[in-house]
Design a protein around this ligand. Sequence first.
Ligand SMILES: [Zn+2]
Ligand SMILES: [Zn+2]
Length: 154
Amino acid sequence: MDNSEQRINKLIFRLRGNGLRITPQRLSIIKIILGNKNHLSVDEIFEKVKRNFPMIGLATVYKTISLLKEMGEISEINFHNQGARYDGSGEPPHPHVICSMCNTVEDLDNLTDIGGTYIDKFTKKINDRTRYQINTYRMDFFGICPKCQIENNQ
Ligand SMILES: [Zn+2]
Ligand SMILES: [Zn+2]
C-alpha cells in the first residue's frame, strides 16, 4: 500500500466518523484530487470524474472540494483571472511558480538549496513583528514557463 492509498483510507475513516456517506462518486473525486500533483481546477476535476460517472453534477464536485478544504486535506490557490486550483499533495504550505500564459501551477520542491530555511526565518520575523500567530502562508511567483517561452518564440 503506498502513501497516497494510506492517506485516502485514513481520510475515508475520518469522513465516516463524521457521519458522511462515502458514495462511489465522492470517492472518485477524492482519489482524483489527492492523487494528482497538477493543481487541478474544478472543471478539470469535473471532466475527470465524468469519465467514470457521466451523470455526476458539478454541485457534488463543489461540495466534496469544500469538505476536503474544511478538513485541511487540500489547499486552494486562487487566481484573479480564473477560478481556484487545488493542491491535494497534503504537503505543508509551499511556494508555487505559476505561468501567466498557460496557467500551469508547479510546486517549488525541496527549497533547502534555495532558501527553505530562509522562509522559516522570514515567517518567524513576521510573527515577532506583528504578534500574529502565523500558521500558514502563500507565496506565488508568476512568470512564463519554459514551454510557453519556446512556443512564443517561433
Ligand atoms: Zn506556460
Ligand atoms: Zn502545490
